[in-house]
Design a protein around this ligand. Sequence first.
Ligand code: VAH
Length: 312
Amino acid sequence: MGKKILVIGACGQIGTELTMRLRELYGNDAVIAGDIREGSEELMASGPFEIMDAMDGNQVEDICLHYEIEEVYLMAAMLSATGEKYPDKAWKLNMNSLFNVLDLGKEKKIDKIFWPSSIAVFGPTTPQENTPQHTVMEPTTVYGISKQTGERWCQYYHDKYGVDVRSIRYPGLISWKTLPGGGTTDYAVDIFHKAAAGENYECFLKDDTQLPMMYMEDAIRATVEIMEAPAEAVKERSSYNLSGMSFTPAQIANAIKVHKPAFEVSYQPDYRQAIADSWPGSINDDAARKDWQWQPQFELETMVAEMLKHLS
Ligand code: VAH
């Protein structure tokens, strides 16, 4: 009997693709999808689904016990831009859901946990280029504060209670399969939908705002790889820096224009510019490469071609 997995937040930008990938790897019925509302037709048709609230500890425990879950991927979170509109809700969702799952690990009711962190844990005082694994972290968003605090709790539960929790600091993620929800880096998804529709795009960040980014296929593979790594290889139990590529809105616009010469982008920075300015431009992920052999496969040009192929 193979292992049983629960993906909480299975209908989100990462959760949707992660659930489908895990079902390919371990079998549809081995992966239970859970979220506050139903997801895509493809996801709902591909295996077991439970309507659940990640903040309801009793419900999370009941589902884990009912399905004899061994591994939990906790993907539910409120992201940076939305989190600034609803700070108390962002804190409660991002933190209460984490404690619900970490406590199940402490009580030995589940064996292994994946929890996503973000480059949002870094702030304006962090070295901006080639940001190291261990450095100054003074995040200025509720989302970043919740991710930094969550990393400290993951480290504590691992060190004090032996919980096998693993984490990645995702950069901005770009996917054609799912629409993003409330992220500052989501301009890099919106831009493709406009280009594919033959429309121009008004970008909410300045043209020279460089941010660390990653194609979703690389992010999903990294998630599976860190979870499949032997426990002794996973030396960072707060969260791992991970890098795919870095680019500015002007650079991605020019890469799209190679395929869509008539495509035009205008720039109207809004409140998300201050969030983006507080984050690094590029990330050093030597620790992930050394500890569990991380290697990105997509860079800007290959990602742009992939995105436009699927969206056009
Ligand atoms: C956000 N996409 O923009 C997320 C991500 C690095 C940013 O965590 O909030």
